[in-house]
Design a protein around this ligand. Structure first.
Ligand code: TYD
Length: 212
C-alpha cells in the first residue's frame, strides 16, 4: 500500500472510554515508524472551533435547541476541516482526531432528537463529507465510563444528561460500526490501557502496511 499519503484516523466512543489516551498511544507508535502525525480534537482544533467548543460544552443542558446545537458542531467542524485537517492530509500527514462526524451522528442524531438521516443530510451537503480512513470505536459499559469521568470532577452539558441518553450513545456507535464494518475498528475498552493500545497499533500497522 502507498505509504506517503495522509490518513484520517478518528477515535470515537462514549464518555470516559479512553479516546484521548489511546490517540496519544497510536500517535507515538506511528511517529516511531517515521509517520508525520497531527493530533487534534472535536469540537475544537482551531482557534474559532475552540471558541465554539466552549459554547457547546459549558452551561445548562438545555442551553441550545437540538438544531442550533447541530449547526454549532457543523460550524466548528467546517473550520477545523478547512484550516487543519485538509491541509495536513494534503501535506502527507496523518491526522488523529479525538471525536469527529460519528459523534454528531450519534449524540445529535441517534441518541438526540434529530435522527440519523437529518444529521447525515446536513453533514453531507454542508461539510462535503470527508470520511475517515479508519474509525477506532472504544466500547465500554456506560457506568464504567461515567465513573471514570466523575473521578475527574468535571461535567459538560453532555455528561449532565442521564444514563439512558448515554446508553443510547453506546448503542448508536455500535450500530454505526455494524453498518460500516470496513471503516470501523470496534475495540473492547474495558481492559488495561496497554492491551487496548497494542490491539489498535497491530490493526493499524496491518491495514496500512506499516512495520508492526
Ligand atoms: P469532551 O470533554 O471532549 O468529551 P470526551 O473527553 O468524552 O471526548 O466533550 C465533548 C462532548 O461533546 C462529548 O460529551 C460529546 C459531545 N459531542 C457531541 O455531542 N457531538 C459532536 O459532534 C462532538 C464532536 C462531540
Amino acid at each position: 500500500m502507498e505509504r506517503n499519503r495522509g490518513r484520517l484516523v478518528t477515535f470515537e466512543g462514549g464518555e470516559g472510554t479512553g479516546k484521548t489516551t489511546q490517540l496519544e498511544r497510536l500517535a507515538t507508535f506511528l511517529e516511531a515508524r517515521g509517520v508525520s502525525v497531527v493530533r487534534t480534537r472535536e469540537p475544537g482544533g482551531t482557534q474559532g472551533a475552540e471558541a465554539i467548543r466552549a459554547l457547546l460544552l459549558d452551561g445548562a443542558a438545555d442551553r441550545w435547541s437540538a438544531r442550533s446545537e447541530l449547526l454549532l458542531f457543523a460550524a466548528a467542524r467546517q473550520d477545523h476541516l478547512e484550516k487543519v485537517i485538509e491541509p495536513a492530509l494534503a501535506a502527507g500527514s496523518w491526522v488523529l482526531c479525538d471525536r469527529y462526524l460519528d459523534s454528531t451522528r450519534v449524540y445529535q442524531g441517534i441518541a438526540g432528537e434529530l435522527g440519523l438521516a437529518f444529521v447525515d443530510h446536513l453533514q453531507s451537503t454542508v461539510l462535503g463529507f470527508r470520511l475517515p480512513d479508519l474509525t477506532v470505536l472504544l466500547d465500554l459499559p456506560v457506568e464504567h465510563g461515567l465513573a471514570r469521568r466523575s473521578r475527574d470532577g468535571r461535567a459538560t452539558r453532555f455528561e449532565q444528561k442521564g444514563t439512558s441518553f448515554h446508553e443510547r450513545v453506546r448503542e448508536g456507535f455500535l450500530e454505526l460500526a455494524r453498518r460500516e464494518p470496513e471503516r470501523f475498528l470496534l475495540v473492547d475498552a474495558d481492559r488495561a490501557v496497554d492491551a487496548v493500545a497494542a490491539e489498535i497499533a497491530r490493526t493499524v500497522a496491518a491495514r496500512f502496511g506499516l512495520p508492526p
